[in-house]
Write a protein that binds this ligand. Structure first.
Ligand code: LLP
Length: 418
């Protein structure tokens, strides 16, 4: 994790000892480092300096307003997939002309609002969606700038649930249909072709699949040019992996260098949509040990964080490091399963972890800044965790812990007599 380190046996985020965050805001609590987010973004931005390029943070990875605002202040663009994400970005100070709109099921009211605020580009994923965007833009007496998400049919070599660039995935238009669909789009009055995009999967730890996809896209870009259809920007999506344990993903810098080399002197603008690689290692989930339950067969540490707070281990068998917030000198290490209070066997954040624990200890689930809080739920009527951002030696609660009142808001019982 970036900007997290032990000082005198105490885990710190920037200059704040994490036990203080737990003391002040309770647990479970998400903690983000502003510095780590900024550095991860700047890795992309600096590698692209001097080019016609935009780094659009994938809002789905972490949509907290403070996170979006920190990125907006650096001039980031944003990749959104819903009206909700659009409104968040606008509220956080993001510029509409730096927003790209992805996702397979854009609704008419979402398209309307995106047109009204003047987003950069609609990343269209099907012919039916093309017709809808053209129609809605017509109703608004407007012209929508569009790109097609082309599915290049490459294997990203990642978990099947987060692999999106194969021909049997629901995403994008098949590369074999792309020429025909681009030609059709060129004949429609209310869309303007500006780009081509792809996103082949997430948590990629090799450059090769990105390069395969890019090769295929470039053949298509060149072919379309011969037909008078000029692509102004290529959007390569997100997908760059991070280190959860011993992975060695390429840096943003080396990935971009390889992309630039392949582009050669084509005058193409570039867009990237990184999510995980900006925020995953900038965040941790703090949780407290409630009880230790050691049996003849197994040792359990029952913690106050659960699958509703962080679902990645249960959903993808994802591995996230779990480390003590304060190193303990006495006692012995044992292999523990770290399980939450939710009534599901799948409710674990880690299995078989060698830890020296006592009830009351604080633990940090590492690399939880991406797809952590945003995927949390209220299962078992558990309020969602608080979120805190650290800035040097200051801590800010950037989302208050939910209350039980929040959870029951909008619910009513049937009136008497029914
Ligand atoms: N662009 C598009 C069109 C996407 O679908 C995604 C992620 C991204 C960008 C950002 O990808 P990233 O840079 O974060 O890999 N919940 C899963 C990950 C799902 C990713 C979905 N799409 C997880 O926790 O691993």
């Amino acid at each position: 994790m970036d900007s997290f380190e032990y000082r005198n046996g105490r885990l710190h985020c920037e200059d704040v000892a994490l036990y203080k965050v737990a003391e002040r805001f309770g647990t479970p609590v998400y903690v983000y480092s502003r510095d780590a987010i900024e550095r991860a973004y700047m890795d992309y931005a600096q590698a692209l300096e001097g080019r016609d390029a935009l780094v659009c943070f994938a809002v789905k990875a972490n949509s907290n307003l403070a996170v979006l605002n920190v990125l907006a202040r650096l001039g980031a663009g944003f990749d959104i997939v819903s009206l909700g994400e659009l409104e968040r970005v606008l509220k956080a100070g993001g510029q509409p002309e730096k927003i790209v709109f992805s996702g397979v099921g854009k609704q008419a009211h979402e398209i309307k609002r995106a047109l009204a605020v003047g987003i950069r580009c609609f990343n269209i994923e099907s012919e039916a969606e093309l017709e809808r965007v053209n129609e809605v833009a017509g109703e608004c007496a407007s012209i929508a700038d569009i790109s097609f998400r082309v599915n290049p049919d490459v294997d990203a070599g990642t978990h099947p649930y987060i692999s999106t660039g194969l021909k049997d995935n629901k995403f994008g238009i098949a590369i074999t249909d792309a020429e025909r669909i681009y030609r059709h789009a060129a004949s429609l009055p209310h869309v303007n072709i500006v780009g081509m995009d792809c996103h082949i999967g997430s948590q990629l730890t090799e450059i090769a699949p990105f390069m395969d996809a890019l090769d295929r896209l470039l053949v298509l870009v060149d072919e379309l040019a011969t037909q008078g259809i000029h692509i102004h920007h290529l959007d390569l999506g997100g997908g760059l992996g991070v280190r959860y344990t011993d992975e060695t993903p390429p840096t943003a810098h080396s990935y971009i260098e390889a992309v630039l080399e392949k582009l050669g002197d084509r005058p193409l603008g570039l867009i990237f949509e990184p999510g995980r690689s900006i925020v995953a290692n900038a965040g941790a989930l703090l949780t407290r040990v409630e009880f230790l339950k050691c049996t003849e067969f197994k040792n359990f540490a029952i913690i106050d964080g659960a699958m509703n707070d962080l679902i990645r281990p249960a959903l993808y068998s994802a591995y996230q490091e779990i480390i003590p917030v304060e190193l303990r000198e006495e006692g012995e290490s044992k292999a523990y399963d770290l399980v939450g209070p939710v009534c599901e066997t799948g409710d674990f954040l880690g299995k078989n972890r060698e830890l020296n624990l006592a009830a009351g200890d604080l633990l940090a689930v590492c690399s939880a800044g991406a797809y952590g809080f945003v995927m949390s739920s209220n299962y078992n009527t558990r309020p969602r965790a608080a979120e805190v951002m650290i800035d040097d030696n200051a801590m800010f609660e950037v989302r208050a812990r939910e209350t039980l009142k929040d959870l029951m808001r909008g619910e009513v019982m049937l009136p008497k007599g029914h």
